[in-house]
Design a protein around this ligand. Sequence first.
Ligand code: FES
Length: 113
Amino acid sequence: MEDAKTVWHRLAGHTDELEWRPNGMMLAEVGGRKVTLAMHGGSVHAFAHLCPHASGVMADGWIDALGNVVCPLHKYRFELERGRNVSGEGYRLKTFPVRQDAEGLYIGFIQSF
Ligand code: FES
């Protein structure tokens, strides 16, 4: 039987230490991977660097009025929280858990054993 464990990687002490772009997003290197971060509604969300459709750079996109991230290439839309493709093309954006506490900001990677 397979088990899964979240391995947390500390990214910063506080979100103010990060260099956010005017679109509220940024590209970060975490645990050897490129991850897109988005600040929305006071919370940080983490998801894949590249769009699952045709590898658009997600950090170059934007957050729409409903709080979905929009890929800059073909404008497919994805839920920030779970990566569901709300514009209906059938893709899923890989998302990562985020933990924010007094110790800092952490991004989690799920590892299977
Ligand atoms: S590459 Fe993102 S919508 Fe096509």
